[in-house]
Each structure stands twice: as C-alpha cells, then as structure tokens.
Write a protein that binds this ligand. Structure first.
Ligand SMILES: [Zn+2]
Length: 145
C-alpha cells in the first residue's frame, strides 16, 4: 500500500509536465485510504465545478461541441438517493470507495458508469500522489484473473 511518499529522492521538480506520450499525461487519484480510484486524462483541478455542490464535473460522453474526458473509475455504485434542489428533486447514484466506502462522487443516471453525459467527483474526496498507473487501469474486469 503506497502510504509514504518520499519526494526528496525522486526529483526536485514537482508535478512535471506531461511528455509527448499520451500515457504520461494521465493523472491517477486515490482515496484517502490509499485505494486506486480514478485515472483521467486531465487534472481534476482544471475541470469545471458544479454550482450546486461544488462537485468536479467530468464529461463522460462526446457531444458536438465537446469531447468526453478519458477516464476510468474504480468505485462501487449504490442505489440512488434523492436530494432536494431548487425546482425539484435530484437523483444521485453515489460512488463509494470499494475498500473503505468513503463517498467519492455520483452520477444522475443508473449504472454503468458513464451512462449519462457527466459524472461528478466530490470536492476533496481524492488525493493525487506521484505513482505509477496500474497496468490494468483500462482493462475490463472480465480480463482479470
Ligand atoms: Zn477508500
């Protein structure tokens, strides 16, 4: 479990810019418990926020005007909850960490993940650590042993 990260031995330049390789541009995010949760092609800090709850907006489907982000979420999707919003109710299928069950985010549409135009990541739910992308990040669950 990658708990302690020593920065001194690696490099003095933190947050190095991605190289020409597209794989190098992928960002990896972890739950606070250390579980791998998200790999994505853009920093979460650079993504738009939702006005209602400040959640990070991740576009999950292409439209005519915008391309979907390339990402993979490792979460448990739960039964929907209903929230009171101005002008009605909002349905949220909550994402939780598969290890410690901490809330990670949600989407308004039923599973699978990315079934709607956006998924949302709760602010502060994930931490970014210098590390390697898990080799199975973009493989389907069926292909795992
Ligand atoms: Zn966790």
């Amino acid at each position: 479990m990658p708990k302690v990260v020593s920065r001194s031995a690696v490099s003095s330049s933190t947050d190095a810019q991605p190289t020409a390789s597209s794989a190098a541009a992928l960002r990896v995010y972890y739950c606070i418990c250390g579980e791998f949760i998200l790999v994505i092609d853009k920093s979460l800090a650079a993504l738009p926020r939702r006005k209602t709850d400040n959640a990070i907006v991740v576009r999950s489907q292409d439209t005519d005007v915008a391309k979907a982000r390339i990402f993979k979420l490792n979460v448990t999707v739960n039964e929907p909850i209903f929230l009171e919003r101005q002008g009605g109710h909002e349905k949220q299928y909550r994402f939780n960490c598969p290890r410690c069950s901490l809330p990670i985010g949600y989407q308004p549409t039923p599973p699978p993940i990315k079934s709607g135009p956006f998924v949302y990541i709760l602010p502060g739910a994930l931490t970014q650590m210098q590390g390697q992308i898990p080799p199975d990040a973009f493989e389907d669950a069926e292909s795992r042993p």
